[in-house]
Design a protein around this ligand. Sequence first.
Ligand code: PLP
Length: 410
Amino acid sequence: MDILAIRQDFPILSRQINGNPLIYFDNAATTQKPIQVISAISDFFEKHNGNVHRAVHSLSMEATDLYEKSRENIAKFINAKSSSETIFVRGTTEAINLIAYSWGLGNLGKGDEVLISLMEHHSNIVPWEITSKLRGFTLKYANICDDGTLDYEDLEDKLSKKTKIVCLSQVSNVTGVINDVKRVARAAHEVGALMLVDGAQSVPHMKVDVQDLGCDFLAFSGHKMLGPTGIGVLYGKREVLEKMPPFQGGGEMIKEVAYSRDSGHCAVLWNDLPWKFEAGTPNIAGAVGLGAAVKYLEKLGMDNVLSHEKKLTKYAIDRLKECSKVTVYGPSDPKQKLGIIPFEVKGLSSHDVALFCDNYGIMMRSGYHCAQPLHQVFKLESSARASFYVYNTEAEVDRFVEVLRELDQL
Ligand SMILES: Cc1ncc(COP(=O)(O)O)c(C=O)c1O
């Protein structure tokens, strides 16, 4: 990949912050947008804006066509068998809530178990904690090893015939650890459980093939893969989605609502997939923007994206060793992870580190990154986190290390 040419596509990267060129290292939180995505969204509003699926006029047809074409491109991107298995949602959080409420409330009860892990983002913990209180099922957490990798033995010990679903992130948003979700999906299916993969940090950075993984559900967010906020995807196997009731009721998700004077009620016939799960006017421009983001990533090639980030991560981890006060968390072998580096600077809070870097135009996350249980495993209050994407360079890492080395003098 020609990184310097890629950078030209991202207008925000020419900004100065606090008198310094912007270095954007908060990609695990959200990514910047290329001009191709920005133009697809503005083009939609300038030329094609209409509501989808509802009218026979030209603008509605054009909007519907763009919306559904995006769905098809995204379905191909993750190798879904059909675009009807690709549901537009607000993001990963909404996708997981959809499963927890629609599938979970209908299928889980006392004596059942749901298995997640201690490295999950809160959005793959809290929906299951809430629904376990509503339905009385048991929520189990697989342990994490000291280096932040998944304890597969513990996970497999906790799997049993009682397990009804395993929900696991493919890549940790704190350590960048890559989990072998294919192995876990196989083990889950052996006991008759479903497999949900949280792909928020994997789909943007590596080739994810739902048929190869064998997962039943995959959730991801557009804004973490060059697309806009407020749009994401829930992939689900057709046979599983068919049996689930809708998550929300309203327009779009029905075929027919027929009032009967006899019963005093409406008989409701659900719409076909995927629209059964898309109540109300969707984020049409968001879907169009995400379609453009997927096209952009496909042009780069996901293998190239992955290898660029792996190389940069190895380079950064090696160079951070020069900073005497910095401790990096997570596995020491960069092969086990993607471009997310959590670290601590001795004697400073993570917010102080992030604010210090901000003075130099370096944007970085601090706190516990919506993954408090994992920080408890590391016995950390919080961490600073640098995370990379396609437009980041070794020169930026050099500048980052130079800035952090100033902290050695304090
Ligand atoms: C692993 C993981 N899961 C879920 C989410 C939630 O994503 P969103 O806020 O886009 O719904 C995030 C966001 O950081 C994440 O990193």
